[in-house]
Design a protein around this ligand. Structure first.
Ligand SMILES: NC(=O)c1ccc[n+]([C@@H]2O[C@H](COP(=O)([O-])OP(=O)(O)OC[C@H]3O[C@@H](n4cnc5c(N)ncnc54)[C@H](OP(=O)(O)O)[C@@H]3O)[C@@H](O)[C@H]2O)c1
Length: 326
């Protein structure tokens, strides 16, 4: 019998990639979203409408149905998943919570990051909420037998998402031979993963009894400095030597406060991962999409329509001020 999988949300960038991979694995997939999914889902996918954060609605929607795997893609604070414990501990063979590697403390006390690295995010709201969800669900695993697996993606992208904070504004500026601001001195290290690689890494963990009670960081080995991320995007956009201008995270936050929190508590720290646990749960996994290839897909996708090539004029002006200096 094929694996019966229920997605709570997750018709977005990452979820739809995993849905496509599940189709290859011959699983039967049901996806619950509040509105028509914006991403294309595999042909045989059953789609249901409902708010997955409402226990009452979900009980009514699912009746007595059972699943081998339930994956929650849209929990950002404990209130979003509180009802899941009683709902799914009886009707799911495995309950998977999609968390994030943003739960890990910055600065990272010891590299590489493993699943036992300390989780602490006191300030960065996204990470704080995910830590609270993990702690809440772990207690439900211990006290109430919730068959929990925590999966943590790190920075995952596909052709629709440019994995630098400046997005298309950076590409336009590079093409016009204008400076692009990179935080620090551009040498801190970051790890990127294409959504199709994420999907291939994750599917063997779904329905895998060895993963119950475990958390696993799903990250690729594509380690790049922030300068490399920018120069790779530049090459894909036809720019051989982009003008990269380095400024401290503090100086950037002064000119463009919207980036303050994410730079201080996330992007400016080197993030390198040990993938031994992923290898043990997803044997033989190796990423297939290098960032050079991914960057070419990103640029090609954005070239298809001017709607996708938005320049942020406020950011553009902040970059000019940062380059000109006081
Ligand atoms: N991208 C990354 O680099 C990254 C890194 C780490 C972790 N993650 C994690 O990955 C997850 C996001 O996955 P994704 O990219 O596939 O999703 P996504 O793009 O955020 O899409 C979410 C989907 O879920 C539906 N949804 C949202 N709230 C809902 C609700 N209350 N009830 C029912 N459906 C709901 C949305 O449709 P409706 O609004 O129509 O319902 C949408 O189809 C998040 O948990 C995020 O923290 C991502």
């Amino acid at each position: 019998m094929s694996l019966r999988v229920l997605f709570l949300g997750g018709a977005g960038m990452i979820g739809s990639a995993v849905a496509a991979e599940l189709e290859q694995a011959d699983a039967s997939l049901t996806v619950v979203t509040r509105s028509e999914p914006k991403r294309v889902l595999p042909l045989g996918t059953e789609t249901l409408r409902g708010d997955v954060r409402s226990g009452e609605q979900m009980r009514e929607l699912l009746g007595a149905r059972e699943f081998d795997v339930v994956v929650n893609w849209v929990g950002f604070e404990p209130d979003h998943i509180r009802d899941d414990v009683d709902l799914y501990r009886e009707r799911a063979g495995q309950y998977v919570f999609i968390s994030t590697c943003s739960v890990f403390a910055r600065p990272v006390p010891q590299l590489p990051i493993t699943e036992s690295s300390p989780r602490r995010q006191a300030v960065f709201g996204y990470g704080t909420g995910k830590v609270a969800c993990e702690v809440f669900l772990e207690e439900a695993y211990r006290e109430k037998n919730l068959p929990l697996t925590i999966i943590r993606p790190f920075h995952t992208y596909d052709r629709t998402t440019i994995p630098v904070l400046s997005g298309w504004t950076a590409i336009e500026r590079m093409r016009a031979d204008r400076g692009v601001i990179v935080h620090g001195d551009g040498t801190s290290l970051w790890t990127l993963m294409h959504s199709s690689d994420f999907a291939r890494a994750v599917v063997p963990i779904l329905g895998n009894q060895h993963a119950i009670g475990e958390s696993v960081n799903v990250v690729s080995g594509d380690i790049l400095s922030w300068d490399q991320i920018h120069t790779t995007l530049a090459a894909a956009a036809g720019v051989r030597i982009p003008k990269l201008v380095h400024r401290s995270s503090e100086s950037i936050a002064k000119e463009y406060p919207g980036w303050g929190e994410v730079l201080e508590h996330d992007f400016r720290h080197s993030m390198l991962f040990d993938s031994s646990k992923l290898q043990s749960l997803s044997p033989g996994f190796a990423p297939r999409v290098s960032f050079s290839q991914g960057a070419r897909e990103i640029v090609a996708y954005h070239e298809e329509s001017s709607d996708r090539r938005r320049v942020n004029t406020e950011l553009d002006a902040a970059f000019d001020r940062l380059i000109e200096g006081p």
